[in-house]
Design a protein around this ligand. Structure first.
Ligand SMILES: *Cc1c(COP(=O)(O)O)cnc(C)c1O
Length: 389
């Protein structure tokens, strides 16, 4: 039996030990950090029920940590529903938020016991006609967020002027419209869009209530809460301050929920890769790692993120270096002109803030396997509980 103890995933010797035990590349998920992120966001948004959106890192240890912290889940696919089911999460703690679903996806979520779904157009509302009475809907509203790194209102959501007609359709079909939802864009630099969307949704909710189009007691303010990568962002208290002011003005009966993803998962994991080989090209060292743009660093492409990377080797002299991924594709380069000490084969490279939209979007292109996820500090207050996926 391993003696229970706290593992600091940022301690170089712990990283080396985990690589010896579980191999490379790794994604080390620190469940204690998940709890800290959860608490910080709960404090910044008091009385808001937090539903962790699984998409950025759908890992069992993370889901269990969120549930143990008293949290809720935001599921968006049959695979995510099955993960929640496998972990015996109470379905009442889950909502399903994908605005476009196959009938089978709806059936699977219903079979598990989810009751709250999202729709943003008449066809989707009609998919629930035969389930009227057993489900309730959140109508997703679109507010374009050109300032956000990832604008999530282009692909989903109805225009604000279409909300009332959609709510009337649902009411005609006997489906309870529970409220409205939006996603103001991921990694937002300020809460301006959240606040604007919230205020407009509050007005729409009131208008729909006047027409008695459903219970209309829920406002889902989505995700988007930012974290530090190579660029610093406002801390979460400051980021949420204008949101708290806006939330305080809502009528008491309105229940507010949020769907944080990145904020919970991002800072909680580091990526660890190993130098497989090196070459000097045009006067610079190129280091070839066993993880790259097709793996955990896929977020650099899909999520437009830049992770703070460093070598687990000290050295005063730093040289402009190139970090490349393992595949034979020439775009598979993580960073150029990075100031690093001279590295040898076998040295470790650590990327911070790599929990969100990294491993989740990795592929096994060229048959280079995805990083193994190792969850540490899986039980509050301890531990040394280490599990590998
Ligand atoms: C991706 C997603 C989230 C999580 O967004 P973050 O910006 O990572 O917080 C929340 N809700 C929905 C519907 C999503 O698609």
């Amino acid at each position: 039996m391993r003696r229970p103890r706290f593992i600091d995933p940022f301690e170089p010797n712990e990283v080396r030990r985990l690589v010896r035990e579980f191999g490379s590349p790794l994604l080390i998920l620190d469940c204690e950090r998940v709890r800290l992120q959860w608490r910080a966001l709960s404090k910044a948004l008091p009385r808001v029920a937090l539903h962790y959106a699984l998409k950025p890192l759908p890992h069992p240890a993370l889901v269990q940590t969120v549930i143990a912290a008293g949290g809720f889940l935001d599921l968006a696919s049959t695979g995510e529903v099955q993960l929640a089911e496998r972990l015996a999460v109470a379905p009442e703690r889950c909502i399903h938020t994908h605005p476009i679903k196959r009938p089978q996806d709806i059936a699977n979520a219903r079979k598990f016991g989810v009751r709250t779904f999202v729709a943003d157009n008449p066809d989707e509302v009609r998919k629930f006609a035969r389930l009227a009475g057993e489900v309730r809907l959140l109508l997703r509203v679109s507010f374009r967020a050109p300032g956000a790194v990832c604008d999530l209102s282009r692909k989903f959501g109805c225009d604000p002027e279409d909300v009332l007609p959609l709510a009337r359709l649902a009411a005609d079909l006997g489906i309870d419209v529970r409220g409205l939802s939006f996603h103001a864009g991921s990694q937002a630099s300020s809460a301006t869009k959240h606040v604007e969307a919230l205020q407009l949704c509050a007005r729409l909710l009131a208008a729909a209530r006047r027409e008695k189009l459903g219970s209309l007691d829920t406002l889902d303010i989505g995700g988007g809460f930012p974290i530090d990568y190579t660029q610093r962002m406002p801390d979460i208290q400051r980021f949420c301050a204008p949101l708290r002011t806006a939330l305080a003005k809502l009528p008491r009966r309105v229940r507010v929920i949020a769907e944080p993803g990145r904020y919970i998962a991002g800072p909680a994991a580091i990526g660890v890769a190993t130098v497989m080989g090196r070459a000097r090209r045009e006067g610079h060292w190129w280091y070839y790692l066993d993880d790259g743009l097709y793996g955990s660093y896929s977020g650099q492409l899909f999520d437009h993120a830049r992770y703070p990377v460093e070598a687990l080797r000290s050295g005063t002299e730093r040289l402009p270096s190139v970090l490349a991924g393992p595949t034979c594709d020439s775009i598979d380069v993580i960073a150029e002109n990075l100031m690093l000490p001279a590295l040898k084969v076998g040295d470790l490279i650590v990327g911070r803030a790599m929990g969100a939209y990294t491993w989740a979007s990795a592929s096994e292109f060229n048959f280079f396997p995805k990083a193994t996820v190792v969850a540490v500090n899986t039980h509050p207050g301890d531990t040394g509980g280490v599990t590998a996926l």
